[in-house]
Design a protein around this ligand. Structure first.
Ligand code: NAD
Ligand code: MG
Length: 388
């Protein structure tokens, strides 16, 4: 392995939960990887600390007001400093890296990721919203520019791992597992009073705020259904969900002969991150191993779609397609933002998304421009409803 050239990683969203865990993986394997590009939105302190440690070629700070501080702090280094949204796209287009690890959260990740695809770069994709919003266009461009897209999302990494060696075999369906989140088993009369801090406690995973709320509302699983459809070229009815509270089975594939393959392990995002960076190889590590006595039982149940209606809305978007998943995603980003600021209640998030989906005109086969317009229209409508 020492003879292999080092992979140069462009880590978009380096200060987040996925970003920092990716840097752990890079730090554990200095002979395999270098952090060539690091980007952050507003956490300039952490970005500087990361840059001093990993000595990247380039850093980008999204918030331009933070540029002077980052520039000054890195003045005595070889790291180039850029700022602003446009710089994210420009750097994504530069031929200075081998793999983009796309770990920006939300719609903001779409444009830089598309640029990387258009450069034919390999994409290790954590940013599921990119495929939810414009999955058809992203996957089509990935084929056109021969840009491999390797999933980082644990469920999709599990499916991807189950598909190794199965290229000629048809998938009957995929079974995404869902932990159920912190409110598994709860009913609307309980959820109506749930507050931000409570919803931010996830039983099995430690993640960024947005995805943690999405996990509590089950929107995360809905987004993942749409993500799976595009990643694995499935029909909507080939994507199913099973609640599996222990999060040991990360997802499954059922083939035409009825055989089901599952990928298992303790819940730790560093594993799918590492796999996405080394595929088709596996790298040894000393992450904790699953012990079959702890938990000793793996259980499964149907999702409670009467209570967690986001899953119904996302399923509608999955089946109806067009710009509806994009609208669902935009309304959800506004809803989660408002909930995190205690502006709306837990159940109000679903109502807001549903109203927005009914409001924005449906487009069957949107262009990229139309996806951006639908996103903006959905955000404006949702924000106006709750007077943001
Ligand atoms: P996070 O909030 O912890 O980090 C987000 C990162 O994106 C930060 O580095 C931030 O600076 C950057 N960012 C935020 N807004 C931005 C903007 N407008 N422009 C540019 N950069 C911006 O989020 P996370 O939990 O690391 O999740 C990142 C992505 O990975 C999400 O799409 C999420 O759904 C996906 N994902 C996360 C996990 C997890 O365990 N955290 C698991 C699976 C998938
Ligand atoms: Mg996931």
């Amino acid at each position: 392995s020492n003879s292999l050239p080092k992979k140069r990683i462009a880590l978009f969203g380096s200060t987040g939960s996925i970003g920092t865990q990716t840097l752990d993986v890079i730090a554990n394997n200095p002979d395999r990887f270098t952090a060539e590009v690091l980007t952050a939105h507003s956490n300039d302190e952490l970005l500087v600390e990361q840059a001093l440690r990993f000595k990247p070629n380039i850093v980008v700070i999204g918030d331009e007001r933070k540029y002077p501080h980052v520039k000054a702090a890195l003045a005595n280094t070889d790291t180039k400093v850029f700022a602003g949204e446009q710089a994210l796209e420009e750097v994504a287009s530069m031929d200075v890296y081998d793999v983009m690890l796309a770990a920006i959260v939300g719609f903001a990740g779409l444009r830089p990721t598309l640029r990387a695809v258009e450069q034919g770069k390999a994409i290790a994709l954590a940013n599921k919203e990119t495929l939810v919003v414009a999955g058809d266009i992203v996957m089509q461009k990935a084929v056109e520019y021969r840009a491999p897209i390797i999933p980082v999302d644990s469920e999709h990494s599990a499916i991807f791992q189950c598909l190794v060696g199965e290229t000629r075999n048809r998938i009957e369906k995929v079974i995404l597992t869902a932990s159920g989140g912190p409110f598994l088993g709860k009913k609307p009369n309980y959820l109506v009073n749930v507050k931000r801090d409570h919803a931010l406690q996830h039983p099995n995973w430690n993640m960024g705020a947005k995805i943690t709320i999405d996990s509590a509302t089950l929107m995360n699983k809905g987004l993942e259904m749409i993500e799976a459809r595009w990643l694995f070229n499935l029909q909507p009815d080939q994507v199913s969900v099973q609640v599996h509270p222990q999060s040991i089975i990360h997802s499954m594939v059922q083939f035409e002969d009825g055989s089901i393959k599952a990928q298992m392990g303790l819940p730790d995002m560093k594993l799918p991150i590492q796999y996405a960076l080394t595929f088709p190889q596996r790298l040894p590590n000393n992450f904790p191993r699953y012990n079959f006595r702890k938990p000793a039982q793996l259980t499964f149940e149907e999702p409670d779609t009467k209570t967690f209606r986001n899953l119904v809305l996302a399923t509608d978007a999955l089946f109806k397609g067009g710009n509806l998943p994009c609208v669902l995603n935009a309304a959800n980003e506004i809803a989660v933002f408002a909930f995190l600021r205690n502006r709306i209640g837990f159940l109000d998030m679903t109502d807001l998304i549903e109203r927005t989906m009914n409001q924005v005109p449906w487009i069957e086969k949107p262009t990229l421009e139309e996806y951006f317009e639908s996103d903006a229209e959905a955000r404006n409508f949702a924000a106006s409803v709750i007077k943001l």
